[in-house]
Design a protein. Structure first.
Length: 562
């Protein structure tokens, strides 16, 4: 038993779903179940590495004739583990560090009873282990019947798989030895944790309101989030502005992206099997290195008041997403915060705001990763400096994210050096939170683009053609997965932002103003008079989308697939 248990401790987290499949198979073929064979399995998962669709396909392939009609993933990653949800789920998987946070109403049990189903695994060696304490509390309340611990050696923490009294499972008695023997075989599997392949799609609702439609590769009209999921993407990024409206309720543009927009996109993304990255700008409109204005409602606040407002706003927003059952895998605290954030322009003050946002994330979605976002990696030493400031002021975060547009931001080799230094020195994950590349120099919405014929001061590492865009994205995905240290993933920026749908400038202008489907409407002038108030209009990046002006996908979109 000790040898088997030692193998168990070394089980990688990303094999959990495969072992789960194996457990179900063994339960059927070895008669080790405690209950009648299930016809339906409901799964709750708090393991980011699990590929839910892959697990479903894999199980159906392995168990075509054992009465498994459906696996319903109640919530992929960071589920809301309330007692009612536990009673509905047959099986749930959770990290040890998250159990107490997800189950605050399960008070710790002092020690564990000799003779309960898992006692012989531990021989009383660790009476405080969370898995056993929570198991007993849940068992006493009639919610759970058995559990299996998947320990891991080194820095990897333990994972637990719990079963309710009605689920199909292997008990935690001697029959589990068969599962442990199977674990030894699974140890040799070459399976990688899913790499994030995402897209910022914040503009979609505004375009659709004006009549824009999207089509799949067969030429059939289809929900764009389903198209993205079928192409191989697994996450959607959505920007959130506090209040992008004037006093008459007229939107500032850019998708009018408040929390209502985020909820709408989140529900559609979740229905397509995509998780959500929530990008808080902490502004009423665009935030970038040149503009980090505080929301109007925070304008007269001092720093402690603003930090508290930011905490409350982040917390309330995430609670809305959580209540809607939307799986949030990452939360971005600020947007391109190179040297300012929400009106604060020194690192000590910025750090206080970042820490307030991080605290809200940890409280509401303790499993979600926290990302900070910067840009201009071509500036030598800048990312080292940002990392030093974050460490100096003890900002809590998981992912050091960057924008990377190769026409402005230097070579991939330079980006590698900048991000790998952060990953190695401070032990953080890295991510490309924004990137894009033109497939044409032609404008399709009668507004003009950032990159067009005659644009000066830009690099051209690939042709501005369909083939050039494909080559860039292929290299970028390979770069992130094979060159960057500990890279969490990549998000293509606004790959669905195409023409508003009008046939000329006048028609498009009406759509931009009414639905906010351009980069800014004239109404944004009350908040940003120097930029949006003077240059409001359409989309300046429609030639960098992954759909053509009629809503048909480009070949580059297929690169997100296997």
């Amino acid at each position: 038993m000790k040898k088997i248990r030692d193998y168990l401790y070394r089980l990688p987290a990303y094999l959990l779903w495969a072992l789960f499949a194996a457990l179900l198979v063994l339960a059927v073929f070895q008669g080790a179940t405690d209950t009648e064979r299930a016809k339906k399995i409901t799964l709750m998962i708090n393991v980011p590495e699990v590929d839910e669709k892959g697990a479903m396909r894999y199980l159906k392939e392995l168990m075509p004739d054992v009465g498994l009609e459906m696996i319903k993933v109640r919530s992929f990653s960071y589920a809301l583990f309330l007692e009612a949800s536990l009673k509905e789920a047959d099986i749930w998987i959770v990290k040890e560090s998250d159990i107490g946070q997800f189950l605050p109403d399960f008070g710790p049990v002092a020690g564990f009873r000799e003779g309960h189903p898992a006692y012989h695994y531990w021989q009383g060696e660790n009476p405080d282990i969370w898995g056993l304490r929570v198991y007993e509390a849940a068992e006493d309340r009639g919610i759970l019947q058995a559990y299996v611990n998947y320990g891991a050696s080194g820095e990897k923490e333990d994972y637990y798989m719990f079963f309710n009294p009605a689920s199909l499972h292997i008990g935690t008695g001697e029959n589990d030895e068969a599962a442990f023997r199977l674990t030894e075989k699974l140890m040799g599997s070459e399976m990688k944790s899913p790499f994030i392949k995402g897209m910022d799609a914040s503009i979609v609702p505004a375009l659709e309101a004006g009549g824009v439609k999207y089509f799949n590769f067969k030429g059939e009209e289809q929900d764009v989030f389903e198209i993205l999921a079928e192409a191989g993407l697994n996450a959607i990024r959505v920007r959130v502005w506090n209040h992008p409206f004037d006093e008459a309720g007229r939107g500032f543009g850019g998708g009018n992206c408040n929390m209502d927009t985020a909820l709408s996109i989140g529900r559609r993304a979740a229905a397509a099997g995509l998780s959500l990255l929530v990008d808080f700008h902490y502004s009423d409109f665009w935030a970038d290195p040149g503009k980090q204005m505080a929301p109007r409602a925070w304008g007269k606040m001092d720093l402690p008041e603003k930090a508290d407002a930011l905490y409350q706003y982040t917390r309330d927003s995430l609670l809305l997403l959580k209540a809607a059952g939307i799986p949030v895998s990452m939360v971005q605290i600020g947007n391109e915060t190179n040297g300012a954030m929400a009106g604060e322009k020194n690192w000590e003050n910025m750090a206080q705001l970042m820490k307030a946002g991080s605290r809200a994330v940890r409280e509401v979605l303790p499993g979600a990763r926290i990302a900070l976002h910067f840009t201009n990696p071509e500036k030598t030493g800048s990312y080292r400096y940002y990392g030093e400031q974050l460490a100096r002021y003890e900002v809590d975060y998981d992912v050091f994210g960057t924008s990377y547009y190769p026409v402005w931001h230097g070579s991939m080799e330079n980006l590698t050096a900048a991000l790998n230094e952060v990953a190695g020195r401070w032990g953080k994950q890295t991510a490309i939170l924004e990137t894009a590349y033109p497939y044409t120099l032609r404008d399709s919405d009668f507004y003009g683009n950032l990159i067009q014929e005659g644009t000066k001061g830009i690099a051209r590492p690939y042709p501005f053609t369909l083939d050039g865009q494909q080559s860039f994205l292929k290299d970028m995905l390979d770069f992130c997965q094979n060159k960057l240290q500990n890279c969490a993933g990549l998000f293509y920026w606004e790959g669905c932002w195409i023409s508003a749908g009008g046939g000329n400038r006048k028609e498009n202008q009406a759509l931009w103003e009414q639905y906010g489907s351009g980069w800014a409407s004239s109404y944004a002038g009350i908040y940003d008079p120097q930029d949006a108030g003077r240059y409001y209009g359409g989309c300046a990046v429609d030639n960098q989308a992954l759909f053509d002006e009629k809503g048909h996908p480009l070949e580059a979109l297929k690169l997100f697939g296997p």
